[in-house]
Design a binder for this molecule. Sequence first.
Ligand code: TLP
Length: 350
Amino acid sequence: MLTGPDGESYIELRSDTFTLPTEAMRRAMAEAPVGDDVWGEDPTVARLEAMGAQRLGKEAGLFVTSGTQANLISVLAHTQPGQELICEARAHLYHYEQGGFARIGGLVARPVPSRYGAPDPDDIRAAIQPHDQHRAVTGVITLENTHNTHGGTCATADQIRAIAAVGKEQDIPLHIDGARIFNAAIALGVDAGELVREADSVAFCFSKGLAAPVGSLVVGTQEFIARARRHRKILGGGMRQAGVIAAPAIVALEQMVDRLAEDHATARRLAETLAELPGIEIDMNTVQTNIIYFDVRRDDMLTFDLVKALAQRKIKAAASLPHRMRLVTHKDVSAEDIEITCQALREILG
Ligand code: TLP
């Protein structure tokens, strides 16, 4: 449960971005040594960048403002204007980042569909442009892990390796939008560094399930991060005493990763309940981490009606389409909150 400014308690299932910082994070913010990070003098940011890079098995890291900025900076640093970017057809970077890669990077996207978020390597190979003066040059391959709109699905180390190998045949780098990469690592039971070993860059978020208030990290080679740093500056992302926001991100890495398993368990419990209710369609294969997507196929109700009925019971959910909606679990939703939500769903839909 969370408590709003009006003192009312509610269950928040709209996104894991709603997680509030922990007490340890608040303390870390107050105590963080800071300096001017644009001058490279903030020790807390430097510590976070080194920690994050090491955790993902990469040489260097760059602390940025958001997942959107992390993805944009990464594709800018991998490409030249006029090139093509390969992405999965439902990728966040393609649908929900205002097409920044096109507007700011001068890139054109070549989306590749997939069943569960990780395209078949042969389909990626087929999407790479042949060397021909009519064609744009393929500049980067991107992959989302976990894949948000496929339902928080995981790409395995083998799948990533196979896609990276296709890129390597033609020297095309692989960028992973790993906004929720630790959810994938925990769900797959692998080390996050192992999981992304073959990727040239990874972007991940501190302010989703890891519960820090703000920030993302881009990791890759030293040389890539030097280029990324220039792109961050031109996008207005050069921050000064950013140690105050890097400090809770350090706490997130140290204390909040392993507990993601709890969010996966609560999501499964919620999905199992939904699966039993009339007019609800849910592909349980997609319920792998903390995101649940399902369809509402009923004559008496659209998703918007379900959202309203839940809101009356102090449960916050969101729907963007009339028949499809998402629920997301996180550290501020307890097992007890999930039981309350399951009961509410049974009352509304049963
Ligand atoms: N996702 C948000 C919304 O934008 C939909 C959410 O609530 O899930 N990559 C992926 C896979 C994401 O899910 C998101 C945010 C981002 C990138 C962008 O991160 P931010 O919001 O920090 O710019």
